[in-house]
Design a protein around this ligand. Structure first.
Ligand code: NDP
Ligand code: 2IT
Length: 444
């Protein structure tokens, strides 16, 4: 058995019941074979064995009182995965499906993604099985305060800097920042995605979606294509989906479908993004309400049917494993030329195989959605310097970062004999920087 396969088997047996974590580890490690063949020193130093083991994992009780006066108990997580190249950095996810395996998959991906941004940030992730849906602002605030009352002792502007992810947006970040500041009596950039009045960065809200479109646009340009005139399908209607749609439209695309966990809307005339923003960002309602405002659009229950809609470009921006082999085949059948992953690990391994064998351009999550965390890193820089850059300045830095990531990933794939395989290129390029830092720092 190869070194890589041995480590994968160890991960599976030492981390039972964590299928998403196994999937993420397998996907990264299997593309590293060409590197490990030439870099025997990595094996000698046990780099793979160490990189798959989080440096620290914290699990804690989060008790809070709901509006009826009942005591509720959730579980909180923070997995500090790798700090070889900088303080732990990565989002917090609040969703009922959250468990340790999901946080570990996300934290593992984050190591390589953060390395690809070219900025000095390590990998981490956290969250809770708390469901913000249907909760009052007061309940969300009490939950966030309780969550931070434990988390604060593990994080800090130079230690571990959380941000948002599914179910964690500016409201939740605000409540957590307030509680951190109150407990520690320090005003520091301990979280990113903060409001603009208290240390947040312009463009952070838009960054993941915009960055995704910048990346995919660069990939399309290599084939002489662009977003201009393209038909685009986007899953999700949260932070990433909305701003991917906005930038795609700015570049001349027509976005015809968006979704949430209940179903999807199809608007042949092009989705009206102002309606989606009002429904999702302001009223916190379901996407099905869209057809009450635009009766010519259609609503369909269930999420997976969204991939049956003919499109040139598909951008899965909701959650892991939302695009499976059937969806991938439908996309290919309908002539889709490119898939860009806004969510983390949205395509199953079988779906990725379908894209590969059919020549569909594939932008892998850890490269394509790195714009969010890259802009978080820019927020950290601004906090440290105690200044704020303009929207144009941050957006232009974000665009440069995404173009650099694309070129780095493309050239790395070429260098290691897998030209055109951006997934391999992303894994290899992200890995080498972290592995070299780990080598230099000894066995820690
Ligand atoms: P939001 O909470 O803002 O939106 C999530 C969207 O995905 C919602 O439309 C939600 O629908 C849908 N969704 C969530 N879970 C499921 C599910 N199990 N099945 C179907 N649909 C689901 O989160 P974000 O937009 O921030 O995150 C979306 C994805 O992007 C995640 O994979 C996240 O990890 C990734 N990501 C986020 C970044 C960021 O900066 N925010 C950066 C990089 C990646 P509903 O409202 O019904 O739950
Ligand atoms: O998956 C991700 O990259 C994020 N949720 C953003 C993390 C961050 O620290 O901005």
């Amino acid at each position: 058995m190869s070194y890589v396969q041995e480590v994968i088997q160890q991960v599976i047996s030492r981390n039972p019941g964590e299928p998403e974590f196994h999937q993420a580890v397998k996907e990264v490690l299997e593309t590293l074979e060409p590197v490990l063949q030439v870099r025997r020193d990595y094996q000698q130093a046990g780099i793979l064995e160490r990189i798959v083991e989080p440096e620290r994992q914290v699990i804690f009780r989060v008790p809070w009182v709901d509006d009826q006066g009942r005591v509720q108990v959730n579980r909180g997580f923070r997995v500090e995965f790798n700090s070889a190249i900088g303080p732990y950095k990565g989002g917090l996810r609040f969703h009922p499906s959250v468990n340790l395996g999901i946080i570990k998959f996300l934290g593992f991906e984050q190591i390589f993604k953060n390395s690809l941004t070219g900025t000095p940030i390590g990998g981490g992730k956290g969250g809770s099985d708390f469901d913000p849906k249907g909760k009052s602002d007061g309940e969300v605030m009490r939950f966030c305060q309780s969550f931070m009352t434990e988390l604060y002792r593990h994080i800090g502007a130079n230690t571990d800097v959380p941000a948002g992810d599914i179910g964690v947006g500016s409201r939740e970040i605000g409540y957590m920042f307030g509680q951190y500041k109150r407990i520690r009596n320090v005003f520091e950039g301990v979280l990113t995605g903060k409001g603009l009045t208290y240390g947040g960065s312009l463009v952070r809200k838009e960054a993941t979606g915009y960055g995704l479109v910048f990346f995919v646009n660069e990939m399309l340009a290599d084939r002489g294509r662009s977003f201009d005139g393209a038909t685009v399908v986007i899953s999700g209607s949260g932070n990433v989906a909305i701003y991917a749609a906005e930038k795609a439209m700015q570049l001349g695309a027509k976005v015809v479908a968006m979704s949430d966990s209940n179903g999807y809307v199809y608007d042949a005339e092009g989705i009206k993004l102002d309606t989606v923003k009002q429904l999702k960002e302001v009223e916190r309602k379901r996407i099905r309400e869209y057809v009450n405002i635009h009766p010519r659009a259609e609503y369909h229950e269930g999420c997976k049917g969204i991939w049956n809609i003919p499109c040139d470009i598909a951008l899965p921006c909701a959650t892991q494993n939302e695009l499976d082999v059937d969806g991938a085949r439908e996309l290919v059948k309908n002539g889709c030329i490119a898939v860009g992953e806004g969510a983390n690990m949205p395509s199953t391994p079988e779906a990725i195989e379908v894209f590969k064998t059919n020549g569909v351009l594939f932008a892998p999550a850890k490269a394509a959605n790195a714009g969010g965390v890259a802009t978080s890193s820019l927020e950290m820089s601004q906090n440290s310097m105690r200044l704020s850059w303009s929207f144009e300045e941050v957006e232009s830095k974000l665009r440069d970062i995404m173009i650099n990531i694309y070129r780095n990933v493309r050239e790395t794939a070429r260098e290691y004999g897998c030209e055109g395989d951006l997934l391999a290129g992303a894994n290899i390029a992200g890995f080498i920087k972290v592995a070299d830092a780990m080598l230099a720092q000894g066995v820690v």
